[in-house]
Design a protein around this ligand. Structure first.
Ligand code: FAD
Length: 414
């Protein structure tokens, strides 16, 4: 069996793996990225957060993305019947990027991978990790399979598992654990947005809130295609009869605001139904490996945090591995797991409070409290480590307390 030896093997060429690889390459380490599929490939996760721009910029990947002219996302709009809650990233508590993009991931991930290859990184497609063996010192041998079923072995001092929904190491090492986020599913597709209105309305990313548990996303891309998708309780999807295309068409009627724009269009691909997408693991690192991005943890699409956590964790894992390769000591618990968990915990409070309805009460209460809005906006931009923001620091109780106050005020007024 042919053998190859590297400092770091990176499994998966999504945003997490690419950002990690780019940093390690910039630091002069010998790395290899293996990717199961052939790019460009579809993956869901099209609405980014400003925070991830910091990561692409830091590793030198922002210019190749700017050249793609993706649709600029400068905020996000939430609708609830006739109430509109518009977040503008330039009005947020924490300093940082005021904009990001809404992207077809096939093109976005491909642009990143091509740039990495241009920089001389060994990145190989249609190469799947099929098994791994760890030595006691943390070094490893990974078996990989080519598309013609040939096997080879890659020896590495470290592995970054950024295999996303492939969840390579969680599967091989038995690290999966049930997520404590309520079980929801999603059904989504792309359409040629031929009835797209002129101007800003046509390009706005919007979350149309149908009820406490159900919402509809609209993510227009600069190439004329728009991503549309529903999220709801598993039981909602089960209540519809018919094939997946029929179900999607029937569900479009749930959105009064968008029905005319998206009805009677043919779908670019058969709608995809992902059930129980929330994932969690028992540990984020071990001797000789780190889990990053979706391979580690995925909460819920509602605040578009997936790619940003993928790049945050990918970059941080790469920095720590680089330190260790340079002979420095790293405390993986405090410097990696605790830091990542802190951000995940803030976001999970928001996801939970979204589905209790408390956060929706804050979003749609009128008149708006502009100071509160700025603080929530910073969280929605991905700046979830800024403790000067009360909506970060007191994330586990501030939303329910404020929602409670609003309800009491309403009761008093009636
Ligand atoms: P991925 O982008 O999934 O990349 C992993 C790569 O690893 C893939 O290319 C895969 O082919 C490869 N791979 C898998 N197995 C192997 C193997 N054995 N060997 C080699 N390679 C392998 N996130 C957002 O930020 N915004 C959103 O709007 C958003 N919407 C979402 C909607 C839904 C319904 C769901 C379920 C998720 C959504 N997400 C969103 C989350 C987003 O999809 C992920 O968080 C993000 O893609 C994670 O990036 P990643 O780099 O970790 O993994």
């Amino acid at each position: 069996i042919p053998k190859e030896s590297v400092d770091v093997l990176i499994i998966g060429a999504g945003p997490s793996g690419i950002v990690a690889a780019s940093h390690l390459n910039n630091q002069g380490h010998k790395i290899k990225v293996i990717e199961k599929s052939k790019f460009p490939r579809f993956v869901i996760g099209e609405s980014l957060l400003p925070r991830c721009m910091d990561h692409f910029e830091e590793v030198g990947l922002i210019d190749c993305l700017k050249a793609e002219k993706f649709e600029v996302k400068s905020g996000a709009r939430f609708l609830s019947k006739d109430i509109v809650c518009d977040f503008d990233f330039s009005k947020k508590h924490t300093e940082g990027w005021n904009w990001t993009w809404q992207v077809p991931r096939a093109d976005f991930d491909n642009a990143l991978a091509q740039e990495l290859a241009k920089q001389g990184v060994s990145i190989e497609f249609e190469l799947e990790a099929t098994g791994v063996f760890f030595n006691s010192d943390g070094s490893s041998k990974t078996t990989v399979k080519t598309k013609t079923n040939e096997e080879l072995t890659i020896e590495a001092k470290f592995i970054i598992d950024s295999s996303g929904y492939g969840r390579v190491l969680p599967r091989f090492l038995g690290l999966d654990k049930p997520s404590n986020i309520p079980t929801h599913s999603s059904i989504f597709t792309h359409v040629k947005d031929i009835k797209r209105p002129e101007g800003k309305e046509g390009t706005l990313i919007t979350f149309d809130v149908i009820d406490k548990d159900t919402w509809f996303w609209v993510i227009p891309f600069s190439n004329g295609i728009t991503s549309i998708g529903f999220v709801g309780k598993n039981s909602l999807f089960e209540s519809y009869k018919g094939n997946i295309t029929e179900i999607m068409n029937k569900m479009l009627k749930l959105s009064n605001y968008y029905y005319d724009r998206f009805s009677n269009l043919s779908f670019e691909f058969e709608p995809v139904h992902i059930k129980n997408y929330s994932k969690a693991v028992t540990k984020l690192y071990g001797k000789g490996f780190a889990l990053t991005g979706n391979s580690a943890e995925f909460l819920d699409p509602v605040f578009s945090s997936g790619v940003t956590f993928a790049t945050e964790s990918g970059l941080l894992a790469a920095k720590l591995i680089s330190k260790e390769l340079n002979g420095e000591c790293v405390n993986w618990k405090t410097d990696y797991a605790d830091y990542i968990s802190e951000g995940v915990t803030v976001f999970s409070s928001y996801v939970k409070e979204w589905y209790t309805g408390n956060l929706q009460t804050l979003f749609f209460h009128r008149p708006e409290n502009l100071e509160v809005k700025k603080q929530i906006c910073a969280v929605l931009a991905g700046y979830v480590w800024d403790k000067s923001n009360p909506f970060v620091k007191k994330h586990n109780r501030i939303i329910s307390s404020m929602a409670h106050l609003i309800k009491m005020q309403k009761e008093e007024a009636t």
